[in-house]
Each structure stands twice: as C-alpha cells, then as structure tokens.
Design a protein around this ligand. Structure first.
Ligand SMILES: N[C@@H](CCC(=O)N[C@@H](CS)C(=O)NCC(=O)O)C(=O)O
Length: 252
C-alpha cells in the first residue's frame, strides 16, 4: 500500500470528490487541510505541489498528483476494488465526459455561490495594495480574475441565478440517468456518481426543492443510496458553513 498525503479543502468540491473515492477504496491518508482564506494554496511550497495553486493535491509515495478526476481514475486503476469504472469502453467514455462536464461547467457555477459566501466578505476589505499583493501570488490569469471579482466586482443576483440554473440542469441529468439505470452512467455506482456528489450536496443547501423526492424522485433515491454507503460518512462532506473535522486522523 502506498503512502498518501492529501492536501485538501474541507468544503472544496474537487477535494470532496477525491476524499469520497479514497473512502470507497479504503485508502487512509495523512490529512493536510489547506485554508484557502489564508492563501496557503498560493504559497510557493504549495505551488511546487500543484502549479495551478488549487486543491486538492495528493502525494503518492512523495510524488504529487493533481486534478481530482484524473487522480480518481488513477486510484481506480491502481486499487481496483471496489471497481468504480465499468469494463465497457463506451460507458467509460460517458463517465469521463460527465466528469469533464462537472469540472468545466458545474464547478465554476458552484464556485460563484461558494465564493460570494466565503471569499467575498474577506476580499472586499482588502486595500488596493493588499489586493495587488494577493493577485501577484495567484498563478493563473483565470483565478486572478475571480479573486479580483471577489474584491471589487462581485457576482450579481443574475449571475448567481444563472449559476443555480446550471446546477439545476445537472440535477436534471442525474434524474434522467438514475431513472433509466439507477446510476448516472450504467447500472453501477461509478466515478461519475462520485464526481456529482459534492454538487448535489451543495445544491441541497442552496435550493433544497431541486433535490427533493417530490420534484426529482430518481435523484432523491440516488442521493439516499449514496449517503447510505459506508464510504459516505468517511469522506467528511459536512455542511458548507462547517469547517470539516480538523481533528481527523486517518485510521491506519
Ligand atoms: N479541476 C481541478 C479543480 C480544482 C479547484 O478548482 N479547486 C478549487 C477548490 S474546489 C481551488 O483550489 N480554488 C482556490 C482558488 O482558485 O484560489 C480539480 O478537479 O482538481
């Protein structure tokens, strides 16, 4: 068994997805929570682990791995039990496509809500000088723009509504997959379901009706089945306003 050190955010969707996959596989890790509001992820030591300055990053025997979708697939290949990717190539393609959609489309949408709640109250207080210093440490243009928005040009109600609409679209896709086959892709729990979990968890907080049994019965059943899995509580996916479990120590 390799040695794992996980740099992650308790409320980061990409980190939650990775913790859930590791819990399914029964992989213990040394937990290194990163406090995004202290900008640890923009420090030079962290950017050596992940040059994009984002969580999560997973050290496997001292080697840094980044990008949660790719890490989850790597873990599924190196720790095949229980399998989280089907044998069928077409279904594997569908899972990768869905995971890409989660990352490219749903992550920016959920971040609008999350960042207005947590980052905006901090960033709006920065002086111009502090803002300049903060932005200088952000390694990519795309993230610099978002941090600038949090400080000076926050998302509007319309922006938040259109981000919510994206998450509602995701819920509808899950509803259709779950109604058809029980899971998002095919008849087994897979990395596609894991990729969606943090977003459904967050949508449940932002707009509970959208995941209710009354409005989306197949999604609600899917969500209940996932939360009943032994791995789910081990992934420590708390409420967005909680700060996870700083006392967490891996069992092994
Ligand atoms: N595609 C990446 C996304 C990682 C990502 O965007 N992480 C967010 C938290 S969910 C982050 O570190 N944000 C901090 C920042 O942008 O400053 C992955 O799946 O690992």
């Amino acid at each position: 068994m390799s040695e794992f050190v996980l740099y992650h955010g308790w409320t980061s969707s990409a980190s939650r997805k990775l913790r859930l996959c590791m819990a399914e596989k029964g992989l213990d890790y040394e937990s290194k929570p990163i406090d995004i509001l202290s900008f640890e992820h923009h420090s030079d030591w962290f950017k050596k682990l992940n040059p994009s300055g984002k969580v999560p990053a997973l050290l496997i025997d001292g080697v840094p791995f980044v990008e949660s979708n790719l890490i989850n697939e790597y873990l599924d290949e190196t720790y095949p039990e229980p399998p989280l990717m089907p044998k069928d190539a077409r279904q594997r393609f569908e899972i990768r496509l869905f995971s890409l959609y989660i990352d490219d489309t749903c992550l920016p949408a959920v971040q609008k809500h999350n960042w207005m709640r947590r980052m905006r109250p901090v960033a709006e207080k920065w002086s111009d000088q502090e803002l300049e210093a903060r932005l200088a440490a952000v390694p990519t243009e795309e993230r610099r723009k978002v941090w600038y928005k949090m400080a000076r040009d926050p998302y509007t109600d319309e922006d938040l509504q259109s981000a919510l609409n994206v998450l509602i679209g995701m819920a509808e896709r899950i509803e259709q997959g779950a109604a058809r086959d029980g899971w998002i892709v095919g008849k087994s729990y897979s990395l596609a379901d894991i990729a969606a979990v943090p977003y459904v968890r967050r949508l449940e907080e932002i707009a509970p009706d959208e995941v209710s049994a009354k409005n989306r019965p197949a999604l609600a059943d899917w969500w209940a089945r996932i939360q009943a899995r032994p791995a789910y509580p081990k992934a420590l996916i708390g409420g967005y306003d909680e700060q996870g479990d700083p006392a967490y120590k891996p069992a092994g």
